[in-house]
Ligand binder design. Structure first.
Ligand code: BG6
Length: 505
């Protein structure tokens, strides 16, 4: 075993290390594999979190040998790993890297893959366990899943586990996601299916549960008696990069509102789970997703936008319609905002404002609970004008942490009250670096821990929220906003109509 310098010897927590196993990645040459998955595998190895008997298999069409794949994996890991580079760790991993060449409809290639897994059992002692990561377009799922079924690769037995990892988007609407779920569930048993929503792998998102359920301070006010409204923001300064083909068909609501934002809402609004287990947490999230209501007046409370040319960080930014591969008259939205309700005793009457957009002024994801104003202010003749609502803000990224905003007396001889904030910053309180979301999620797949993976029913309940929105928006022109602005004016009007304002994070 290579000594692990990243581990503090005083750390009393036992590292969770999976059983011997293999990770098989389909779509190994794609963006996700290179930018996230391969670096995450290296980081896990570097942190000593992979079993000694581990193998990494790539499957793709390229005419490659094991060595070519190992080189691609090495470059990817070196470029994007979060932990320091240690050649000896890589050398050890490289010894168990295999490549199988073929297309998805090629029976021989899948027979070869099954045989390779068999060989690795004797040569690397992987115990027959394997996780298959489908980092491929959903349209390819049927053929790949059928091949796995045909070759018996998908079958878990009492002696070995076989798991599948599916990336979002899980379908494009409720009907297609049902079909996809049925297909996956017909080949793998439900407990062996891991649907990735990488936001759930983010440390701060998990901290939301710690914040709520490990403390006495917050939960008593975490409800409609005290909370005026909730704002969930996922803003990105980037545009669509080279993903026009995908994005044109998808848009902001399907790309992130359906999954990341609704999962954040579910974690914010859910009841305390009976225990911290996959089943119980997912059950509570599902209840919330089923209780989500759309605004009656969608014209006012659901806004979609599209960025036009503008300026961002001193640089000129193209408009969406001028991006390479985008239709010059595209009606795809790059911004979406909506007011949702959660029809439960805890949240009845509290609006949940969700927004996401590309080419906004900065990259920031946060969940803000905006509290009601104090029922009475006894400072009659003093300056309390600047006093806003108390706010509790969970900063998901960047500057991960939590901020509490409240009123405080300004030093001096008069009673002047102003807003101040109290900050908790991960970077200041902890010396450990947070693992990257994919690192955590890959590890959980290999451990068989499904806590951070949405169930199929959650995915379907989320589409049930998005479908009517998409129907309402179909064929309409998104509201324009300039790149570098906080979205279209209509989104501001939406909150102003109810006497509220978006936070400017
Ligand atoms: C992905 C979306 O799921 O999340 C992208 O498809 C988006 O459009 C990305 O850019 C954002 O992820 P993160 O972790 O950088 O906030």
């Amino acid at each position: 075993m290579i000594p692990n310098p990243l581990r503090d010897p005083r750390d009393r927590r036992l590292p969770r290390v999976p059983e011997p196993c293999a990770l098989v990645v389909f779509g190994i040459t794609g963006d996700l594999a290179r930018k996230k998955l391969l670096p995450a595998v290296y980081d896990l190895a570097n942190r000593g979190l992979l079993p000694t008997n581990f193998a990494l298999l790539g499957f793709a069409r390229r005419d490659w040998g094991d060595q070519d794949f190992a080189e691609l994996a090495r470059d990817a890991a070196r470029n994007a790993a979060r932990t320091p580079w240690r050649e000896e760790v890589w050398e050890r991993l490289a010894g168990s890297v295999r490549f199988v060449q073929g297309s998805f409809d090629d029976d021989n290639a899948f027979d070869e893959l099954a045989a390779a897994l068999g060989d690795l059992e004797s040569s690397h002692g992987i115990g027959g366990n394997a996780a298959f990561y489908l980092s491929i377009p959903p349209a390819m799922f049927p053929v790949v899943l059928k091949q796995m079924e045909r070759t018996g690769m998908a079958e878990s037995t009492p002696d070995r586990w076989r798991r599948v990892v599916v990336e979002k988007p899980f379908g494009t609407d409720l009907a297609s996601s049902r079909e996809l779920n049925e297909l996956v569930d017909s080949v793998f048993s439900a407990e062996d299916v891991f649907r990735i929503d990488h936001y759930l792998g983010k440390e701060t998102v998990q901290n939301l549960m710690a914040l709520r359920f490990a403390n006495e301070l917050f939960e008593p006010v975490w409800n409609g008696h005290h909370v005026d409204s909730v704002q969930i923001t996922m803003a990105e300064d980037v545009g669509i990069g080279g993903r026009a083909g995908f994005y044109e068909k998808t848009g902001a609501a399907r790309d992130v509102l359906q999954n990341h934002l609704l999962q954040l809402l579910a974690l914010t609004a859910m009841e305390e789970p009976v225990e911290f287990s996959a089943d119980e947490i997912r059950t509570e999230k599902l209840k919330v997703l089923r209780a989500v209501s759309l605004p009656e007046d969608m014209r006012r409370f659901a806004v979609r936008g599209q960025y036009e040319q503008g300026w961002l960080a001193g640089q000129r930014a193209k408009g969406y319609r001028q991006e390479e591969g985008v239709d010059g008259e595209s009606l795809t939205e790059t911004y979406a905002a909506v007011r949702l309700g959660v029809e439960t005793r805890r949240w009845a009457g509290v609006p949940f404002y969700l927004r996401t957009g590309k080419r906004l002024p900065r990259r920031v994801t946060e969940i803000a609970l905006v509290f009601k104003r104090a029922p009475h202010l006894p400072f009659a003749d003093t300056d309390t004008e600047e006093l806003g609502n108390n706010q509790l803000v969970v900063r998901v990224q960047p500057d991960e942490g939590v901020t509490l905003k409240f009123g405080s007396k300004v030093p001096g001889s008069v009673m002047e009250v102003r807003d101040v904030s109290m900050d908790f910053l991960y970077g200041e309180q902890f010396t450990e670096t947070s693992p990257e979301a994919y690192e955590r999620l890959l590890l959980d797949v290999l451990l068989g821990d499904a806590t951070l993976f949405p169930r199929n029913a959650e995915v379907e309940a989320s589409w049930a929220v998005i479908d009517p929105l998409e129907e309402f928006w179909a064929g309409t022109t998104p509201e324009p906003y300039r790149a570098g602005e906080w979205g279209p004016r209509a989104a501001d009007d939406m909150l102003a109509a109810e006497g509220r304002r978006w936070r400017r994070p």
